[in-house]
Design a protein. Structure first.
Length: 174
């Protein structure tokens, strides 16, 4: 399996990094980082990535085969651009390719509360089969620590993308 992971904005960058770290090693992973997220990652983490202005990167082409793309977190700016078909950087171009090729695209909007404009953008994308999956807390999962909550959220995203995992205890399982 191949997956593209993009990280946008600044708030929530660590959750995107944890998503990448939790991916099974057999999944071929390609990472794109926005300028703002790059600033945070350079200060906090050291990872290899495609530059967001590298429109010639392989992920910008429909001929680049991959199974899914996740944008974690998804800034409202990125969400709006994708909703309007604006492909002015590698992240938005790659997302546009995912939509036109009818491949899985998961967006994790991170701002709260959502404005009516953001909700309309999400609805428009959901109608195109884009998965809208904000990092929502799962209180029924008997979680006691922040790391466990992040594992639960990441596990839910993995479920949506068809990635096997054991990041949380499922309801009804011993």
């Amino acid at each position: 399996m191949r997956i593209i992971v993009a990280i946008t904005g600044a708030s929530g960058v660590k959750l995107g990094k944890r998503f990448i770290d939790a991916l099974p090693k057999e999944i071929e992973t390609f990472v794109i980082v926005s300028k703002n997220a790059k600033t945070v990652l350079e200060k906090e983490e050291h990872i290899k990535y495609f530059e967001d202005d590298d429109i010639a990167a392989p992920t910008a082409s429909g001929s680049f085969k991959c199974d899914a793309m996740a944008i974690i977190p998804t800034s409202m700016n990125t969400l709006a651009k994708i909703s309007c078909g604006i492909s002015d950087n590698l992240i938005t171009r790659t997302a546009a390719v995912q939509i036109k090729e009818q491949r899985k695209l998961l967006l994790a909007p991170r701002e709260m509360p959502f404005s009516a404009i953001a909700l309309e953008n999400m609805l428009k994308l959901a109608r195109l089969q884009v998965i809208i999956a904000p990092p929502i807390l799962g209180y029924y999962a008997k979680i006691e620590k922040l790391d466990e909550m992040e594992d639960f959220i990441i596990g839910k995203w993995f479920d949506l993308l068809g990635i096997e995992h054991n990041l949380f205890h499922r309801w009804g399982e011993d």
